[in-house]
Design a protein around this ligand. Structure first.
Ligand code: ADP
Ligand code: MG
Length: 394
């Protein structure tokens, strides 16, 4: 991050500053139902407006077809919510680079804020089309990227336009990249990584990269069954990926060679079907019934995991320990979330959409050191991949 300029180095007064934010928020009946991402961008927007910039915000929302305006994906509700949060009017352009955007950008006074319509109404956005980049760049005099959540995409607004204007990182981008890179490069030890979620195939690169960095790797969630298979156990009807058993075995061997302690469940909560009201049974991992599926880690496992988490100086957690969306299978995820929250001395970093949802569900978000707003982007960063949206700022 040290070679990237942040907005602290930008003399913004009187300048039209084009800011890529991540306002990809859920909307229902014309209103934003979760404004977490809008709130996350406030420090940057506020700072620029306070400095007298003419702030021009751009974002995508959802997956429109790229053939022009679609009511279901308009950013207008985000402009309304932002105005409430800022306590002042936010102008909204009915297009992205067209006549209305140009006129409204030109009409801005110092400290004003404008939000452009959904970038992805134009199919050139995702193609990083040079012409579209130029049309975007023509709206501003400086460019800021605060959209960490889309930093893993090389689109016009996240990558191409950065080459055409003086480019800076916003505060959210700075904090996300700084925290996650700092954790990988200089973690306080012991560094305990917790991985769960559904599939090994989704997370194999993260597992592989974290074994190089951490002291203890805790595995739960649906992915643990492929690891249990690699140890020669039977997993009944649990989620499993037969094609990934060999890779899982390689990860177990790699952890052993590197002296990384790898923890797997010793007991699981099994269900006779994937349903909240299923018949359940807690069993040791070597006694999973052939006709049942594991949907959560067992109480013994949760206690072992909590113990390891309590000894950590750095914790990174991605992926729930079970099907936490159903109360019957939420106990393991809750126990782990509480153990992370209770370790107040440690740096505790949460990444991944569903893990963050779990932490919020249990009301523990305030007790974590850092909650990443970027699901895919944070995973790619942890995997050691360069993020186009970050590289473009160098
Ligand atoms: P994240 O979004 O935090 O990266 P993932 O998307 O990888 O997490 O996985 C989250 C999903 O994994 C949740 O919807 C959860 O229900 C599911 N899951 C967790 N444990 C199991 C399990 N034992 N069997 C099936 N699905 C599971
Ligand atoms: Mg997910």
């Amino acid at each position: 991050m040290s070679d990237i300029k942040t907005i602290d180095a930008l003399d913004a007064r009187g300048k039209r500053v084009l800011v890529r934010v991540d306002f990809n928020v859920p909307v229902k009946d014309g209103a934003v139902t979760d404004d977490t991402r809008i709130r996350a961008a406030l420090p940057t927007i506020q700072k620029l407006a306070d400095d007298g910039a003419r702030v021009i915000l751009m974002s995508h929302l959802g997956r429109p077809s790229g053939t022009g305006f679609e009511e279901a994906f308009t950013l207008r509700p985000a402009a309304l919510r932002l105005a409430e949060l800022l306590g002042k009017p936010v102008a909204f352009a009915a297009d992205t680079v067209g006549e209305d955007a140009q006129a409204k950008a030109a009409a801005l006074r110092d400290g004003d804020v404008l939000l452009l319509e959904n970038l992805r109404f134009d199919k050139r956005e995702k193609k990083n089309d040079p012409g579209f980049c130029e049309e975007l760049a023509a709206l501003g005099e400086a460019y800021v990227n605060d959209a960490f959540g889309t930093a893993h995409r090389a689109h016009a607004s996240t990558a191409g336009v950065a080459a055409l204007l003086p480019a800076y990182a916003g505060y959210l981008m700075e904090r996300e990249v700084g925290t996650l890179s700092g954790m990988l490069e200089q973690p306080k030890r012991p560094f305990v990584a917790i991985l769960g979620g559904s599939k090994v195939s989704d997370k194999i690169k993260v597992i592989d990269a974290l074994i190089d960095k951490c002291d203890t790797l805790i595995i739960g969630g649906g992915m643990c069954f492929t690891f249990l298979l690699a140890q020669g156990l039977s997993v009944g009807t649990s989620l499993k990926e037969d094609e990934w058993v060999e890779r899982a075995g390689e990860m177990l061997a790699k952890a052993r060679e590197r002296g990384v302690e790898l923890l797997l469940p010793t007991d699981v909560v099994c269900a006779d079907r994937f349903a909240e009201d299923a018949a359940t049974k807690e069993v040791p991992v070597d006694a999973i019934p052939a006709d049942m599926m594991g949907l959560d880690i067992g109480a013994g496992t949760a206690a072992r995991y909590a113990d390891a988490i309590g000894k950590a100086a750095t914790v990174f957690w991605n992926g729930p320990m079970g099907v936490f969306e159903m109360d019957a299978f939420a106990a393991g995820t809750k126990a782990v979330a509480e153990a992370v929250a209770d370790n107040e001395a440690a740096d505790t970093i949460i990444g991944g959409g569903d893990s963050v949802a779990a932490v919020n569900k249990f009301g523990l978000a305030d007790k974590m050191t850092f909650i990443s707003t970027g699901g895919g982007a944070s995973m790619e960063l942890v995997q050691g991949e360069a993020l186009p949206g970050v590289e473009a700022l160098r």
